[in-house]
Design a protein around this ligand. Structure first.
Ligand SMILES: Nc1nc2c(ncn2[C@@H]2O[C@H](COP(=O)(O)OP(=O)(O)OP(=O)(O)O)[C@@H](O)[C@H]2O)c(=O)[nH]1
Ligand SMILES: [Mg+2]
Length: 142
């Protein structure tokens, strides 16, 4: 399996994806620093929310083969800047989480547009808790 690193705002679902990828029980745990899983690298949302932490994301991504930008469509704000993918010389994909919890498909569409503006190569729509879309995503990473 390719090593994937998840980046995205706090609460967007990065740790939950890490737990699912490693077939662990899903339980809430705030990410305070970079966490290494068997198949992935987890980062705190604050790294994405504060520009001065971009260099930490860049360095942490060195060991990953795929960069995954995680977008939460249930929240209005977006911390994924246009052109963000160009910071990495690697495959950058987008993941929209919580699609079952999201009240309107328009918010998912807005997420797609924001991720496209960031320059991702491919977008996956998932609900990690409801186990929707994970097979396609994990097959791509695997
Ligand atoms: N319904 C639903 N809830 C989700 C989904 N993904 C994550 N959650 C919930 O959202 C909350 C935050 O998820 P985390 O995986 O901890 O978020 P995070 O991106 O790791 O957040 P930080 O560690 O703060 O950066 C948890 O209560 C999860 O159960 C999803 O796809 N659907
Ligand atoms: Mg986390």
């Amino acid at each position: 399996m390719k090593k994937v690193i998840f980046m995205g705002k706090t609460g967007s679902g990065k740790t939950t994806l890490c737990q699912k990828l490693d077939k662990l029980d899903v339980k809430y745990k705030k990410t305070q620093s970079v966490d290494l899983y068997n198949n992935s690298i987890d980062t705190p949302g604050e790294y994405m929310e504060n520009r001065y932490m971009y260099s930490a994301l860049n360095i942490t991504a060195t060991d990953a083969e795929v960069i995954a930008l995680v977008y939460d469509p249930t929240q209005g704000e977006c911390y994924i800047s246009p052109g963000f993918s160009s910071m990495f010389c690697k495959d950058v994909i987008g993941i929209i989480t919580k699609i079952k919890k999201c009240e309107s498909s328009i918010n998912v569409q807005i997420g797609r547009e924001r991720l496209e503006m960031a320059g991702v190569s491919k977008i996956f729509e998932v609900d990690t808790i409801e186990e929707i879309g994970l097979e396609e995503l994990f097959n791509y990473i695997g």
